[in-house]
Design a protein. Structure first.
Length: 142
């Protein structure tokens, strides 16, 4: 059995917010959007249907809590959720808080403009918000 390892592109572009029962929660380092990514810690998985039913249900719960937190705490107009995997084959599910006033609206965030790294204070604020969304389930290490 192959051991889970986070894809190098995700590791380079994101900050680990913590671990949940199935997924790593990553913060994408882009100040333009509150943007988190769930990565199920399952080796060799590229599609949601490849997860067993229990993991699928848990991923959905993690996604719902993440989406609700983003909507509530950032006052988003819409939460965009996507599991594209065209550049990074490892299963990962993007959750992006979108606003009618953002530069990419109403189009997708992918391929729209250049990423802007977050300031340290913004990273700390986004990570602190994420801690509250998961009711004590978000662990910093496993």
């Amino acid at each position: 059995m192959t051991e889970f390892r986070l894809h190098e592109k995700l590791a380079a572009d994101c900050i680990l917010a913590g671990r949940l029962p199935v997924s790593q929660l990553l913060l994408l380092n882009d100040a333009r959007f509150p943007w988190f990514i769930l990565v199920p810690e399952r080796a060799g998985v590229s599609e949601i249907f490849q997860l067993d039913e229990s993991d699928q249900r848990q991923l959905w719960k993690e996604s719902a809590l993440l989406s609700a937190g983003l909507m509530r705490d950032f006052g988003a107009d819409k939460i965009n959720i996507g599991a594209l995997g065209n550049l990074v084959p490892q299963l990962h599910v993007h959750h992006v808080a979108r606003f009618c006033t953002d530069a990419c609206w109403p189009g997708p965030v992918w391929g729209c403009g250049e990423s802007v790294p977050c300031e340290d204070a913004d990273i700390r604020a986004r990570l602190a918000a994420a801690q509250n969304w998961f009711h004590g389930q978000l662990m910093l290490s496993r």
